[in-house]
Structures are given as structure tokens and as C-alpha cells.
Design a protein around this ligand. Sequence first.
Ligand code: ADP
Ligand code: MG
Length: 258
Amino acid sequence: MLSVNGLRKSYGQLEVLKGISLSVREGEVISVIGASGSGKSTFLRCLNLMETPSAGHLEFENFSLDFESGARRQPTSRQLCELRTRIGMVFQSYNLWPHKTVLENVIEAPIHVRKMSRREAIEQAEGLLGRIGLYEKRGSYPSKLSGGQQQRVAIARALAMSPKVMLFDEVTSALDPELVGEVLSLMSSLAAEGMTMLIVTHEMAFARDVGTRTLFFDQGVVAEDGPPAEIIGNPRSDRLRQFLRRVVHDPAQLGPSA
Ligand code: ADP
Ligand code: MG
């Protein structure tokens, strides 16, 4: 449903993504691991075209886009906008609008981008907030919510656009440890419902247990790609073993495989 071929991204002289080819099937839940600076965030941003790749090809729904300069199928700005609404993204910093209530945060894009009626948007938002257990908070401002609650609202806000794919970039990294679980469990339930997702995370047990597939990013390439239990449980390359030793100080912390 979403594929890229030979995707590259440079910032000036620095080549951050060095030719990534990947095909994502509907319903796949892909955990993305790798050291800081390996290009994971840049990759997600290129997938929903918040960043324009320097080269490569992307296919998604009815889009077929080439990024080489001078290529025939360069995306128009209208295509970029449309594509971004079809691929949801959630970040480490929740980026909720502080001067809007929870409900207003969730209905904003459906009304202004999707041209949904206010009434329909509210109905949908209330349903989503109910599902994530935050219906009672619909009239509150983000500052009155815990970090975990704010992050769940940010996820609901992305879901309100009915995306085909959801991208998560270290969404629990800024949270206090006791709030991580509620956000991970929301992502697990989305996965169980069949949402197609790419999840950049440093939570190795989660990466191993939620995903149907794991990618290990190393210096701008996908160095390993396979079933989570194999990639994380039985790493083949020295680089991946080193990485796992660094992020998982105590291997017992990973616990038994689910
Ligand atoms: P990761 O998410 O794996 O930590 P990033 O994709 O954030 O990695 O960054 C990969 C590399 O690209 C880093 O060296 C980073 O400094 C560089 N980089 C990321 N964004 C930009 C930017 N907007 N301008 C210049 N360099 C960038
Ligand atoms: Mg990152």
C-alpha cells in the first residue's frame, strides 16, 4: 500500500538517507529501531513528505512520485497536501494547540482540511475521545492534562483524519516512565484493529511484541529487516548487537517473548 524505492535525502553535503527501498503492506505494524542520528525521523518525514526526498520513488494509493530533480512526476503542492492528510504522524512533542480545548484540537483539521461539518467533526471527535478514555476531558485545555493524556489526544487528533497509515516518532520518549504504558497500550490496540503503522521507538520490548516486522536503521540504510523476534531476539550483525547492548542494559529487562 506504501512503497519507496531508492529513497535518498541529503542536507547540503550530508547524506542522511542513502537509498532506502521498502514496501509496506496493509495492516503491517513495523517497528523501527536504530541509534540516534541513523535517519529514522528523516525517513518518517520523507514518507509523509514533510521533507522532500532528494531522490527516489514513492507509491501510495493513487500517487506515483519521482523525486530526482527534473523528474517527470514531481509532486505538485496539491498532491503533497492530499498525501499528508492520508498519512498521519505523531511526534515526541505532542504539539497540541495550547489555546484550544481537547475537543477543538481534534476537530480542527477535519473541519478545515477535510471540510467536514462542525457537527459531524464533533460527533467523530467525541467517539474517538471516548475510545481513548478522555471523553470527560473534552472541554479541558492541554495544560490541564498529563503528558500521557496529551499524547493520546495527539493520536486521536491524527486518527480524526482517517489516515490509511500512521507514523509514530518516539512518541513516548518525553513521557515520565509511569505514563509510557497508557500510550503504548493505545498503539497496541490500534495495531490489533489492523491499522498500518510505522513506529520509531526505543522501547525494545514493545518493538518486539507489537510489531509484525522490525527495521534496524544504521547510518542511513535499512541494515536489517525481518520478524521482530528474529531481529531483536537473535541479532545477526555486530552493529545491531552493539546497539541492543547499549539500549537494553539488562537483557532480562526485555522479558520473555510474548
Ligand atoms: P534519528 O531520528 O535516527 O535520530 P534523524 O533523522 O533525526 O535521525 O537525523 C539523521 C541525521 O540528519 C543527523 O545527523 C541529523 O543531524 C541530520 N539532520 C536531520 N534533520 C536535519 C535538518 N533539517 N538539517 C540538517 N541536518 C539534519
Ligand atoms: Mg529521531
